[in-house]
Design a protein. Structure first.
Length: 55
């Protein structure tokens, strides 16, 4: 696997794990500041992966 794919998977898993376990995300029904930051990291990793020719 390429490093961009590894970064993408790691960012996705980190974001999903946070959303599943965060009390604030569950209580408010909306993403907390940390979830928004992790989503931004995931989106950047996804963009980098697509630029590097990933599918």
């Amino acid at each position: 696997m390429s490093s961009s794919h590894d970064a993408l998977e790691n960012a996705r898993l980190t974001y999903e794990q946070h959303v599943r376990t965060c009390r604030q995300c569950h209580a408010d029904g909306a993403a907390c500041a940390v979830a928004k930051h992790l989503l931004r990291i995931y989106n950047n990793a996804r963009r980098d992966h697509m630029r590097s020719g990933g599918q």
